[in-house]
Design a protein around this ligand. Structure first.
Ligand SMILES: Nc1ncnc2c1ncn2[C@@H]1O[C@H](COP(=O)(O)OP(=O)(O)OP(=O)(O)O)[C@@H](O)[C@H]1O
Ligand SMILES: Cc1cn([C@H]2C[C@H](O)[C@@H](COP(=O)(O)O)O2)c(=O)[nH]c1=O
Length: 205
């Protein structure tokens, strides 16, 4: 596999969409073919899963929720991400298995190792070349979401303690795999963040 697989992680409102847009623009200007995608929802199947997992009105058990994210991931990696990497393209993806460890593991208080194993099984062990963690405290993230003025989804609607556990879990994951992660202060301005991301991505191209 000769492409480059880059994931962006962080809490809701940390700035992943903003930074993946800027990264895609820069990579395209460097002459690379970019596949910009996300989880959940990077495939037709995933779009249906996304609707259930983010907007279902009924109660979803934590294990059922973990399996929904894993099903979305299995389909997405097999049908979209691996083929793009095999063609030598750059995949820029909002969220991946670290989100499951942080949200379902720490947030929903399931066993983090089991959640990671479930995702690794779903994707036949594919890990990113680089994971950019946009780190922002939950109060600042909530203020950004509030100002966006759109209704909260199931996960965004969780309490502050849930999001604090998610943030701590992301930071612990980055500490455990420093070679894979770039941790960025997401409170900085978007151009400063984009510049530090480009510095780390350039040697991978
Ligand atoms: N560095 C930044 N400083 C201030 N505001 C920012 C910054 N980056 C993004 N924002 C703003 O914060 C809000 C959320 O940004 P964005 O949609 O990029 O985050 P996200 O991590 O993709 O969110 P979600 O997880 O909810 O999809 C937007 O209104 C965006 O304009
Ligand atoms: C991949 C993944 C995502 N989540 C959560 C995180 C967010 O709250 C939503 C996705 O919304 P976004 O606007 O696309 O960021 O889903 C999760 O709990 N577990 C996962 O594996």
């Amino acid at each position: 596999m000769s492409g480059v697989f880059i994931t962006l992680e962080g809490g809701d409102g940390a700035g992943k969409t903003t930074q993946s847009t800027l990264l895609e623009e820069w990579l395209t200007a460097q002459g690379r073919v970019v596949v910009r995608t996300r989880e959940p929802g990077g495939t037709d199947f995933g779009t249906e899963v996304r609707e259930i997992v983010l907007h279902s009105r009924g109660f979803i058990t934590p294990r059922a929720e973990a399996l929904l994210y894993a099903a979305d991931r299995a389909q997405h990696i097999a049908t979209k991400v691996r083929p793009a990497l095999e063609r030598g393209e750059v995949v820029v993806q909002d969220r991946y298995l670290d989100s499951s460890v942080a949200y379902q593991g720490a947030g929903r208080v399931l066993d983090a190792e089991e959640i990671r194993e479930l995702s690794l099984w779903a994707v036949e062990d594919l890990l990113p070349d680089l994971t950019i963690l946009l780190d922002l405290d939950e109060t600042a993230a909530r203020a950004r979401l509030d100002s966006a003025d759109k209704p909260f989804d199931r996960l965004e609607a969780e309490k502050g303690e849930f999001h604090a556990r998610v943030r701590a879990a992301f930071l612990a994951l980055a500490e455990r795999e420093p070679a894979r992660f770039l941790v960025v202060d997401a409170a900085a301005d978007p151009e400063t963040i984009a510049a530090s991301i480009r510095t780390r991505v350039a040697p991978l191209l």
